[in-house]
Design a protein around this ligand. Structure first.
Ligand SMILES: [Zn+2]
Length: 294
């Protein structure tokens, strides 16, 4: 079993194909350990975290990538976010208590768990315009939906394979960039690389190092592998952000809640961090905000 949390980009010299490979172990476990999702739900969640990491790898500037699906199945929402520096967090919502998890295999869990719905990819650069692309979830698995997304929204041929077990989540992506070389040659190269990638097995993804996986698949294809970037679980919530969110509810309502429950308790849905506000803290909060305004 691999124990590493790294993402690496690579390219194939002499072609217009690039790629990314990622493995999440403790980052993945840190996230799922916070929740009590059934194993099949955790594994599907792991696929989304891998997808966020792979797509985050292609960001040209600082920003946040969000991969979010909503459906009419027992799992209604899965959201995974990758921010600058491969920092991951995410959340799952649904009502799966009565769902028979044993009917879900590893190959079609997206359609079984989420039913019909949409997959949205959002890119929020620190500077510049927010971009969102949405596709219907028509493929049975997440990789298929992502390939469809790239084809539709960016006209980029993309091939993705993701494997997840209880402790490791790993993914490989290759992508045909706008072609600068001979078109027929580029088509052949792409086909050749896809055929090789089809031979990658789940246990290889989960057990082999990135080097070994890429060597096993593409040892005749001049892979240039870039330095690894650490991947980690990190939540961007803070006392300050929680306060700003609370202020919009208004002082009266917050003081009312305080009277009823003794305090206002906010729990971050991503990391379970609790923020507690007493009556005095709330009053102080509004005093500060008012002072800033005047
Ligand atoms: Zn948090």
């Amino acid at each position: 079993m691999k124990n590493q949390d790294i993402l690496q980009r690579f390219l194939f010299d002499g072609t217009d194909v690039r790629g990314a490979i990622t493995t999440l172990s403790s980052s993945y476990r840190d996230i799922i350990d916070l929740h009590n999702y059934p194993q099949t739900v955790s594994k599907l969640f792991g696929e989304f975290l891998v997808a966020a990491s792979l797509i985050g790898a292609s960001l040209k500037q600082a920003g946040i990538v969000t991969v979010q699906a909503t459906g009419d199945g027992p799992v209604s929402t899965i959201m995974a976010e990758c921010s600058q520096g491969q920092k991951l967090r995410g959340i799952v919502r649904g009502d799966w208590d009565s769902f028979d998890n044993s009917s879900v295999s590893s190959s079609n869990n997206l359609s079984k768990l989420m039913g019909l719905g949409t997959l949205a990819i959002t890119i929020e650069p620190e500077q510049g315009e927010r971009y969102q692309g949405i596709v219907k979830m028509e493929a049975a698995d997440l990789s298929g939906c992502l390939e469809h997304y790239f084809d539709q929204s960016a006209q980029l041929l993309t091939k993705i394979k993701i494997s997840v077990d209880q402790s490791v989540a790993s993914g490989l992506l290759i992508q045909q960039m706008p072609i600068t070389q001979d078109f027929e040659q580029a088509k052949d190269d792409w086909q050749h690389l896809c055929t090789l990638m089809d031979t990658l097995k789940s246990n290889e993804q989960l057990e082999l190092s990135h080097n070994d996986q890429l060597y096993r698949l593409f040892h005749e294809d001049n892979v240039r592998l870039f330095a690894s970037q650490p991947v980690s679980f990190f939540c961007s919530c803070s006392l300050e952000r929680t306060e700003s969110a609370l202020v919009s509810l208004g002082e009266d309502e917050l003081l009312e809640t305080c009277k009823e429950h003794g305090l206002v308790l906010i729990t971050c849905q991503f990391c379970d961090q609790q923020y507690r506000f007493t009556e005095n803290a709330i009053k102080a909060m509004f005093n500060t905000k008012t002072n800033i305004l005047h």
